[in-house]
Write a protein that binds this ligand. Structure first.
Ligand code: ADP
Ligand code: MG
Length: 703
């Protein structure tokens, strides 16, 4: 929005950084493409396939009197009073009324021009989420525009909200996409439709262009509710394309695997027995079964390609350790890839501990290691020295070469494609490493069969014995003081507590408690008990110190973000507090809660909410009722609410952009046949599709 006297054309009160986007988006193909590259997109596909996180409906005005708390809506009213208050902190308050009721717009961060701009008698359109505050109905930090005289028409389509990309806000991205779609509509920019119509016609007859226009600019009248059901052809078309891309990437790997040779391992019963005796526990029956399946693969000349699924805490790492044992006793190398540095560190410690009896090196390729440190790792790798090496995707760097890579384990990943590159680095031997992929994302067997057609699959369907269970309690944020008292008692009893917040600092747009704020509060509330603060912006060494300090009990409370969501294993931790739990997806909450109750002590999970919609309430209820990942995943779909088009980003390795396994299960059933047909009829399209949906960007866990 351009400012003219601050009023006529409206003032956007978005607190996003000023867009770096040019005032006028170029309207010819070449300059447009150059412009999006300048803004950091890899190309037109990168722009158009960065799909919205959710929608806001600014196509209709809702009477203030009809709003219910928690509802997001556009309202329109006349300014009655604008005031700066200092109770308790400096804030701008503006009261508007529309005849059906009145509403306060409340700002804690504002410019003086906003104060002067909201003049009595002017009309305001504001988009926000209704809360009941001290003064009655209010919007906190709404997006708004002020008008004098005639009002412009409402938007013709729903407003898409995008995840922020480096330096670019959601609104500039919306404008770029609108420009791209416009160019395409006028045939000045093309995007290849990779699916033959015959493949999609039976259930969604729309072109790729129509599908993209649909998701970026859903027409007014299509309510968020309807979109939430995912029945619109444009939505199904894209979900199918994405699922197909995944199935194709699996198919590619499988075909690539066919006829490939691997080094068969020898597994002797006696030494294995001895090794098992050195472990602190006996394998669960499920672990035994999975290991048996893996071991029978490893002894063959055909490379293993196996998916190991097991709910949070089912003990996948131990199965990985046995695989490491088999590799090392065959004088081989094992590469273990984990999604975050945090997990790499943790696995490093675990593997070192369990494999100690073998006296062979367990190495770690850290992103921050010095040149000489790197050399001390890369040299033995290239020389073929038997060892385990752990890393993130940095294991795929060109300079990493293996002399005798016999096995590869990929932890908490669902995506295929990249890991293939590992076999290229197996120096000259022409042998393919055995590959094990481990994931905690619950997928029912039948669905997994479609998506991972042709992969062998093992399951850990049992938790290690002695788990005491976790009680889950739900609290409104108003009862924070009571929670603090409770935590204090828990600290005194020596318990170790995770406190997870949805964001790091206060000024990150989306609501919810910031970790930094919670950290300050906890330090005040728990004098005498040191509190740690860990988040994605805290670097390697310090991060490690924090997690070690918590593991070793040097401090009992760790305030953190969803960075600890996947894989973190601290069996001594018994309490998990999730602040702003209503903002997280069900599976994400399940993963977070899975961080506790891993030892032999019972656990407590406290879910704190600020604003509870009926859907959010049922979500938290589900969590209270069960800790079974499969059951939770099914409920998740049933109660996905309006507006939560893509839900909160689900994770635990499952990183589809728009598809969802349960919701799209009917599409899933079509995959094996579709993948086969496409590979036969249009093999080039296969690579392009995989590149489009899985190429390059892996979105590894970060927070
Ligand atoms: P996940 O499957 O989520 O990766 P982990 O491998 O981290 O789970 O194991 C979860 C916890 O259970 C760890 O603390 C681990 O030490 C413990 N554990 C694993 N296997 C067993 C077992 N057979 N008996 C008892 N505890 C086990
Ligand atoms: Mg794990």
């Amino acid at each position: 929005m351009r400012r003219r006297n601050g009023i006529e054309s409206g003032v956007e009160a978005d607190r996003h950084e000023p867009p770096r986007i040019r005032q006028r988006i170029p309207r010819d193909r070449e300059s447009f493409l150059a412009e999006i590259v300048r803004l950091g997109f890899r190309g037109i596909e990168d722009l158009l396939f960065d799909l919205p996180l959710r929608y806001e409906d600014e196509t209709r005005v809702i009477p203030i009197g009809a709003l219910v708390p928690g509802q997001a809506a556009l309202v329109q009213g006349t300014v009655e009073l604008t005031d700066i208050r200092y109770t308790p902190r400096r804030q701008l308050l503006c009261r508007i009324a529309d005849g059906s009721g009145h509403l306060h717009l409340r700002f804690f961060h504002f410019y003086n021009s906003q104060y002067t701009g909201l003049k009595r008698g002017l009309i305001v359109r504001a988009y926000g989420i209704l809360r009941d505050g001290g003064l009655g109905r209010e919007f906190i930090h709404p997006r708004y525009r002020v008008f004098k005289g005639s009002l412009p028409p409402l938007k013709p389509c729903l407003t898409a909200v995008y995840a922020k990309r480096a330096g670019l806000g959601s609104r500039p991205q919306e404008q770029l996409i609108a420009a791209a779609l416009d160019l395409m509509a006028h045939n000045r920019l093309e995007l290849t439709d990779l699916l033959p119509p015959a493949l999609t016609r039976p259930w969604a007859s729309c072109s790729l262009f129509e599908a993209l226009r649909g998701v970026h600019q859903p027409p007014a009248g299509l309510h968020a509710e309807a979109l939430g059901k995912w029945l619109a052809p444009f939505q199904r078309r894209l979900a199918f394309e994405e699922l197909l891309a995944h199935a194709l990437s699996v198919q590619k790997i499988r075909m690539d695997w066919e006829g490939a040779q691997s080094q068969p391992l020898t597994i002797h019963a006696k030494p294995l027995e001895h090794f098992l005796e050195t472990l602190p526990w006996r394998l669960t029956r499920a672990q035994q079964r999975a290991w048996h399946e893996i071991a029978s693969d490893l002894v063959r000349t055909k490379p293993m390609l196996r998916l190991l699924q097991g709910d949070v805490g089912s003990g996948k790492t131990l199965v990985a350790i046995l695989t490491a044992w088999a590799t090392l006793t065959n004088q081989g190398q094992l590469a273990v890839m984990a999604p975050t540095e945090l997990l790499v560190e943790q696995h490093h410690a675990t593997f070192q501990r369990f494999l100690a009896p073998l006296c062979q090196p367990v190495l770690k390729l850290a992103s921050r290691s010095s040149r000489s440190q790197r050399r001390s790792i890369l040299e033995p790798l290239a020389a073929g020295t038997p060892c385990v090496v752990l890393g993130t995707q940095n294991l795929f760097q060109r300079e990493v070469a293996f002399g005798r890579l016999l096995t590869v384990i990929i932890d908490e990943q669902h995506r295929f494609g990249v890991e293939q590159r590992l076999d290229l680095v197996n120096k000259g031997s022409g042998l393919r490493p055995h590959q094990l992929i481990m994931t905690a994302t619950p997928i029912p067997r039948t669905l997994a069969m479609s998506l991972y057609a042709g992969l062998d699959q093992s399951r850990l369907d049992e938790l290690p014995p002695g788990r005491q269970g976790i009680t889950t309690t739900i609290f409104p944020a108003e009862r924070r003081t009571e929670i603090m008292h409770r935590l204090r008692a828990l600290c005194e009893a020596g318990q170790r507590i995770f406190w997870v917040c949805p964001k790091i600092e206060e000024n990150e747009g989306s609501g919810g408690r910031a970790a930094e704020t919670a950290f300050d509060e906890l330090r005040k509330a728990l004098p005498g008990f040191p509190v740690g603060l860990l988040h994605g912006r805290i670097g390697g060494a310090e991060r490690q110190q924090l997690i070690d300090g918590f593991r070793e009990g040097r401090f009992q409370v760790l305030v953190t973000t969803t960075i600890v969501e996947v894989g973190v294993d601290i069996p001594e931790a018994t309490v998990m507090v999730i602040d702003g739990a209503e903002r997280l997806g069900l599976l994400q909450l399940h993963q977070l809660r899975g961080r506790i109750g891993r030892g032999s002590h019972s656990g407590q999970c406290l879910l704190i909410y600020e604003n509870l919609t009926p859907d959010a309430r049922s979500r938290l209820e589900v969590l209270r009722q069960s800790s079974d990942g499969f059951w939770i995943a099914e409920r998740d779909l049933e109660i996905r609410g309006p507006g939560e088009i893509w839900g909160a980003r689900q994770s635990g390795g499952l990183t589809f952009r728009i598809a969802e396994l349960y919701r799209d299960r009917d599409l899933l059933a079509l995959l094996p046949e579709a993948a086969r047909r496409l590979a036969d009829e249009n093999p080039q399209a296969v690579d392009s599709l995989v590149e489009r949906w899985l190429g390059g960007d892996l979105r590894f866990g970060s927070a």
